[in-house]
Design a binder for this molecule. Structure first.
Ligand code: ASN
Length: 333
């Protein structure tokens, strides 16, 4: 049976063309080029957003538009393709993974490193793979199709701005490889849980990201953590280690006591926060920081933002943060 796909076109290099100011989105260009993908097996409708953006400009309002459009058209289509810039694609994929709860259809996000109007554009292959993934039965999650791999959206990271292999999921295996034959790794696909519900974001949510670096900055973070936020992401070293800086720990303790979650994430690409592997991981945990395990910073921001948008108690939020919710982290057995 022929599949019906909804394409949401938000912007990005893929639909850009050369202008006197440099590459910029050109309204109407990408929808024309996409016509070649229509077939007897798959038809699509496309919504081009009125403001096509370079994805570096993404906001919570843009994410709400995507969440709202998928929610509104959820029952009318078999799958969704989101065309997006690469700079913040992993953030958007993560937000959608947490906001589209009980998802039972594929939502595939893609874009390209070179615009479709470029003779060597990677966009054609990425789009073809995204459409194929969006037609798959049993794919019930938000995924990212790029350079011949299909990645779990909430595990993906932009890792390269200079080659076609722009994305990787350092702590999770790909969900498919697109070669001459497609290798669908169905055993890794998630099973649907619960009914579909799209959680809109509270656009006032403000999460504080803090990157530890050797030197005196840790004390300054303590002060920042006294401010008005809905949570914080502390990028620590290695397996979750941090200096036992009194001001930093006081800030973490005060934020935690006020019910604001502080997630301890590692700065390294691969591996996990392991409290107790080193003594240097204990002070942050004792001050109330929660181990973010092997979650990406993108997924951490998305998880904190969606949780802060839901009517939950501080205790319930802490409980969600310690659970693997949509495949975003590896909880030790
Ligand atoms: N700056 C572009 C964007 O994120 C990069 C790209 O799409 N390749 O919109």
């Amino acid at each position: 049976m022929s599949k019906r796909i909804l394409v949401l076109y938000s912007g990005g290099t893929i639909g850009m063309d050369h202008t006197p100011a440099g590459l910029a989105p050109v309204p109407g260009l990408l929808p024309r080029l996409l016509e070649r993908f229509r077939s007897e097996q798959m038809d699509f409708e496309l919504i081009e957003y009125p403001q096509l953006i370079d994805s570096s400009a993404i906001t919570l309002a843009n994410w709400n538009r995507l969440i709202g459009d998928i929610a509104c058209h959820y029952h009318a289509y078999d799958g969704f393709v989101i065309i997006h810039g690469t700079d913040t694609m992993a953030y958007t994929a993560s937000v959608l993974a947490f906001a589209l709860q009980g998802l039972a259809k594929p939502v595939v996000i893609t874009g390209s490193q070179l615009p479709l109007v470029h003779a060597r554009s990677d966009g054609w292959g990425n789009l073809a793979d995204a459409f194929e993934a969006a037609c798959q039965e049993g794919l019930h999650e938000v995924v990212l199709a790029f350079d011949r791999v299909l990645l779990r959206g909430c595990r993906a990271r932009k890792v390269d701005a200079a080659s076609f292999a722009g994305f990787a999921s350092p702590n999770a295996a790909p969900l498919a490889h697109f070669g001459i034959h497609v290798q669908w790794q169905r055993a890794l696909w998630r099973q649907v849980q619960g009914d579909f519900h799209a959680q809109p974001l509270d656009e006032r949510v403000n999460i504080l990201p803090l990157m530890l670096m050797p030197g005196a900055a840790a004390a300054g973070f303590g002060v920042l953590l006294q401010g008005e936020h809905h949570g914080a992401i502390l990028m620590s070293y290695g397996n979750g280690n941090a200096p036992a800086d009194a001001a930093l720990l006081a800030g973490v303790a005060s934020a935690s006591a006020r019910g604001l979650p502080v997630l301890n994430l590692t700065q390294v690409q691969k591996g996990s926060v392991e409290i107790g592997a080193y003594a240097a991981s204990q002070p942050l945990a004792q001050a109330g920081a929660l181990p973010g395990l092997d979650m990406t910073p993108e997924a951490a921001l998305a998880k904190l933002t969606v949780l802060a948008s839901m009517p939950l108690t501080a205790e319930q939020r802490r409980a969600y943060l310690q659970q693997d919710w949509v495949g975003e982290m590896t909880v030790p057995a």
